[in-house]
Design a protein around this ligand. Structure first.
Ligand code: NAD
Length: 459
């Protein structure tokens, strides 16, 4: 089938690549010429395991194209995926300007029946707005009501996880499709069924529903996951006070199948491009509909405080004034296996350490390039602080002469370091671990002063 993907970010690029991999003819559009240039010269603008290989293969087979040509992109696809960003507006609601711009372009250049798929995370009622925008553009071309230029707007929210996006896309738990019941909707349903057939071969994964429920499902899913994280973080803070071990508690409750083990890790708060903005947007939708979402308000508040948990532990151990101290920081991306720094907890932590006079030497296996860009913006107004932030090319280089190691992201390669070497190069053997990677007993035996999240210190 001929597919157009509008927006080649984390979602659009992975979706386009996976659809090309299963045999479709995919045209990827982006307004950012830099991204298209990288893609057309054989690179990939984001870090996502397995993505480069698929793109290289499908491009060689002639099944994937990258372009900034809007008209050609609309002409190409019988199915048009909108996968552009929906960042938070000033009031926390989802900013739909990019989605509606994509819709305008489809209406402006449409050359036949189009299935328009909202893949971006958008609030309930957005499909209707997209429909109205396309309709208005068709009307401006004198094509209102034209049988040839009919269209149907479908909601098909994306559930992939950054860092495992290709795997999630190729083996989805479920495919949610919200579709209208009218004649164009029936046609769209047939096309969506054909499109996703290879993913449904062994068992049917597609859940068909009405458009509004599909739009809502995405927000409800992210809100639930964010709730579990904030719940565990709050439990870990209490565990710290009462002397319980949150890791034992996690195993104790996760073994109940009604609870399960997923998303039960205490840490430094959730970040990334989805949970923070989607929780906010859902709270906002609640407000617009006179339904206060008190649980989610608390989830957000707890998360905000949790992002400062490591700084609290550091200052209560080493004092408020950190002038002259140096911290080694391991992990900058908001989670492992990605270079995404959006809302990453490392940003608040590092800014707080620098503001208290410390120097920071930071390392991340793949996010260094993005981190350099992001911190240059974050610290633009405080050049004196920016000058105290250094990035290193290996995790080892952060350690020499540092007053403590701080772990922010749970990359696999941080799990079994050479502790004896670490002790020999750190100025003082202290670890503040925001991800509970090590065992307090083992750390005590090694003579390392170890501060974790919700775990008693062993002297
Ligand atoms: P992103 O910022 O990585 O990519 C969006 C891309 O759209 C950018 O490259 C941008 O240049 C491009 N763009 C903007 N306007 C355009 C236009 N008019 N025409 C063509 N291209 C345009 O965003 P993302 O992380 O891929 O997220 C996209 C959507 O998917 C968001 O709504 C997000 O909430 C949702 N989502 C993201 C994830 C994730 O893990 N990143 C997971 C599920 C859902």
């Amino acid at each position: 089938m001929k597919i157009t993907i509008i927006g080649t970010g984390y979602v659009g690029l992975v979706t386009g690549a996976c659809l090309a991999e299963i045999g479709h003819d995919v045209f990827c559009l982006d307004v950012d010429p830099r991204k298209i240039e990288i893609l057309n010269s054989g690179g990939v603008p984001i870090h996502e395991p397995g993505l480069l290989e698929i793109i290289t293969r499908t491009r060689a087979a002639g099944r994937i194209t990258f372009s900034t040509d809007v008209e050609a992109s609309v002409a190409h696809g019988e199915i048009q995926f909108i996968a552009v960003g929906t960042p938070p507006d000033e009031d926390g609601s989802a900013d739909l300007q990019y989605v509606l711009e994509a819709a305008r372009n489809i209406g402006r250049y449409s050359n036949g029946f189009k299935v328009i798929v909202d893949k971006s995370t958008v609030p309930v009622g957005t499909a209707q707005k997209v429909s109205a925008v396309v309709e208005a553009e068709l009307a401006a071309r004198g094509l209102s009501g034209s049988a040839q230029h009919r269209f149907s707007v479908v909601s098909n929210p994306e559930f992939l996880k950054e860092g495992a996006a290709v795997e999630d896309c190729m083996r989805p738990d479920r495919i949610v499709i919200g579709i209208d019941d009218d004649e164009a909707g029936q046609l769209a349903r047939e096309k969506m069924k054909r499109l996703y057939m290879p993913f449904n071969r062994n068992h049917e994964r597609t859940l068909y529903m009405d458009v509004r429920s599909a739009e809502f499902t995405k927000y409800a899913a992210n809100a639930m996951l964010a709730t579990r994280i904030s719940f565990m973080n709050e439990m870990s803070n209490l565990a710290d006070r009462v002397g319980a071990d949150i890791e034992a508690v996690r195993r104790g409750i996760g073994s109940d199948p009604r609870i399960g083990y997923h998303f039960l890790y205490a840490g430094v708060g959730y970040g990334g491009s989805c949970f923070p903005k989607d929780v906010q947007a859902l709270i906002r939708t609640g407000g617009e509909n006179e339904q206060r979402l008190r649980i989610l308000e608390a989830v957000e508040e707890v998360n905000h405080e949790q992002k400062a948990v490591l700084v609290r532990k550091i200052t209560s151990t080493l004092g408020e004034d950190l002038t002259g101290r140096t911290f080694a920081v391991w992990g900058l991306a908001f989670k492992p296996n990605t270079d995404d720094m959006r809302e990453a907890p490392s940003r608040r932590l590092i800014a707080a350490l620098l503001a208290r006079g410390a120097s920071v030497r930071a390392y991340d296996p793949v996010a260094l390039h993005e981190a350099r860009r992001v911190f240059a913006l974050d610290l633009h107004d405080v050049p004196e602080q920016h000058a105290r932030l250094h990035f290193t090319n290996t995790q080892d280089e952060t350690l020499a002469g540092a007053d403590a190691l701080v772990i922010v992201t749970e990359w696999k390669e941080f799990k079994s370091p050479d502790f004896n070497h670490m002790k020999s190069v750190l100025k003082s053997p202290i670890i503040f671990d925001g991800r509970n990677l090590y065992e307090p007993d083992a750390m005590a035996e090694l003579g390392i002063d170890y501060y974790a999240i919700g775990r008693p210190r062993v002297e």
